[in-house]
Design a binder for this molecule. Sequence first.
Ligand code: GDP
Ligand code: MG
Length: 192
Amino acid sequence: MEQTLIVLKPDAVLRGLTGELLGRFERAGLKLVAAKMIQVDQELAKKHYPADREEWIKLLGHKTLDNYKELKKDAKKEMGTDDPMKLGQMVRGWLLDYISSGPVFAAVLEGPHAVELVRKITGHTLPFKAEPGTIRGDFSFDSSHLANTAKRAIKNLIHASGNIEEAQYEIPLWFSEEEICKYERANEKAMK
Ligand code: GDP
Ligand code: MG
């Protein structure tokens, strides 16, 4: 059994997609064990996207560079730098603005292989690459280049913990232990 965090980002809430997106996880058999709507402040945003997670920030920068390469664009010319750390920090700044730009819907989902299953239903980070049938593939089309040119984060509707360690770090940031419910879903018996 694993638990994982999802955050339906402000574009999902503003577009009225909360029920549709949450339903996809419930439909797959994932158990909703905690949920709330919240206006994220800078304090929570900074903890969720921590400045000292250097590896993640560098990776974010590398991914941005790869996206530029694929589009045959010059990152240094367009972003002012091709240093992965600096690019990653730039994207992190946009993420803080994005996640706090409006109300979000946060939830904890539980189930076998929950982390990987939720990522699969969520789809590729870049909406234009996300497969049809995934949340990002079905409801968004944004790209790294569009977002970077507008100096904002890629609007891809949802955050989902990337791995078990990330889930274990993120869940307590958003929910206290008392807010996480324990119950048996009716379909659990059928799956035994
Ligand atoms: P995720 O786990 O699939 O959400 O992807 P990451 O953890 O790598 O990135 C976190 C978030 O940063 C993504 O969901 C996007 O909103 C944003 N993001 C990722 N890569 C880029 C990029 O190249 N440019 C911009 N502007 N935003 C990005
Ligand atoms: Mg991630």
